[in-house]
Design a protein around this ligand. Structure first.
Ligand SMILES: [Zn+2]
Length: 407
């Protein structure tokens, strides 16, 4: 049986640093701008050990919760709002180089025009490439800012999505502060070797949203344990990383079916544009398209073979990978409960996109159920450590330059 999602909210109460692997002397330690699943996993494992007195070991309750097929899956927690999820921008998101970004919730009306927003080029790019393959193309596909016709750049960070209105927005502000630390060597009156460093932190007030996926019989227990997490990240002994974790009501339907339909309508609409220009009839749909958008890095091929593509999605019908937009990185980590480093692996970054095509006759309700199962189970390896979190048909793909122009 598929896992069940427990969404939760995290409020940062004291400066929070969530880093990568430890760095060397005099280093600047950047914080992540979100809380990765691995940090949540470490915090929850400590709750189960310290407060629920579970002991790690083969065949133990603890291992069932944290290792293997039945283990809890952690999605990253991204800056969000009180009502909406925050998602990482897909790699196909573009924004105006000069005036990119959406206005904040409290931006006065008079100043809102200064924000030229962002838009997605997935559908326009893919349909353009399709036309290239079919012969003559009357113009070059070069995305420009739909507000000032200036050049655009990829977008970093997080967006929220208004499901009712169908438009993107900004998430809770992440304010960053740098703290410089030294330890003085009393004999020589200089900074102790390796003890002069700057730590960047996320400041209190940021609101994030995440989700864990658990076996149906673990829902109540994990929900309870989540709400007892009080600390996250590094520097806990210095008073850093105080958080409040609030489990939210379960969500019954995440709108997957509607997003699949909308994506396919958009593809057909874009094709119709080219057909009109060429004075031809619009070709009928050649299949059902859907995307898998990575919410966290994913490790494919065991992280050893250099594959950047999901293998074995276990869907009940054949699908073709039409196009992928991927960025890679090397990941590692620290497993606090075991006090051991994880080996490093090649991973595909969050924001990466895989566009698939299913056969025309596929049942849409069935397809969306299977994609919801993929969301619950994740893709690739090391899923229990927070890798391979996936969102089917990220809503931002629906936000075209045309819609941005009319915002
Ligand atoms: Zn612009």
């Amino acid at each position: 049986m598929a896992k069940i999602g427990i969404p939760f909210e995290i409020e940062i109460e004291s400066a929070l640093h969530v880093g990568q692997a430890p760095l060397g002397v005099g280093e600047y330690m950047f914080t992540q701008r979100h809380i990765p699943g691995s940090a949540l996993r470490g915090a929850l494992a400590e709750v189960f050990i310290n407060q629920y007195s579970l002991k790690p070991g083969p065949g133990s309750e603890f291992n069932r919760l944290f290792e293997g097929a039945e283990a809890i899956r952690f999605e990253p927690a991204y800056p969000a709002t009180a009502l909406k999820w925050g998602y990482p921008f897909p790699l196909t998101a573009r924004q105006c180089k000069a005036h990119g970004g959406f206005p904040k919730l409290d931006t006065p009306q008079a100043e809102r025009e200064r924000y030229h927003g962002a838009f997605d080029v997935l559908v326009s790019q893919v349909v353009f490439e399709e036309q290239l393959g079919s012969g003559s193309v009357p113009f070059i596909e070069k995305p420009l800012c739909p507000h000032c016709w200036g050049s655009v750049e990829p977008v970093a960070g997080v967006y929220t999505w208004d499901e009712d209105e169908g438009h993107p927005g900004v998430a809770s502000d992440v304010r960053l502060v740098r703290h410089t630390h030294t330890a003085i060597n009393r004999a020589r009156s200089v900074a102790e070797d390796g003890m002069l460093f700057t730590v960047e932190t996320m400041e209190p007030g940021t609101l994030l949203r995440g989700q864990v996926w658990v076996e149906p019989d673990q829902v109540e227990r994990v929900r309870g344990a989540l709400s007892t997490i009080k600390r996250l990240g590094r520097g806990i002994t210095r008073g850093r990383g105080r958080v409040m974790v609030d489990p939210l009501p379960q969500e019954s339907n995440d709108g997957t079916l509607a997003r699949i339909k909308a994506l396919n309508e958009l593809i057909q609409k874009e094709r119709a544009l080219y057909a009109r220009l060429a004075g031809e009839a619009v070709p009928p749909p050649d299949g059902v398209y859907f995307t898998l958008d990575l919410l966290s890095p994913a490790v494919f091929g065991g992280g050893v073979a250099a594959t950047l593509e999901p293998e074995g999605l276990n869907l009940s019908f054949e699908v073709n990978l039409v196009r992928r937009f991927v960025a890679s990185e090397v990941v590692g980590g620290w497993w606090n409960a075991a006090r051991l480093p994880h080996p490093t692996a090649l991973a595909v970054k969050e924001g990466s996109i895989f566009l698939y095509k299913a056969p025309s006759g596929v049942n849409l309700e069935g397809l969306s159920r299977e994609l919801e199962t993929l969301r619950a189970e994740g893709v690739g390896h090391l899923r229990e450590r927070g890798y391979g979190a996936v969102l089917p048909c990220a809503p931002f793909h629906l936000w075209t330059a045309e819609k941005e122009a009319a915002r």
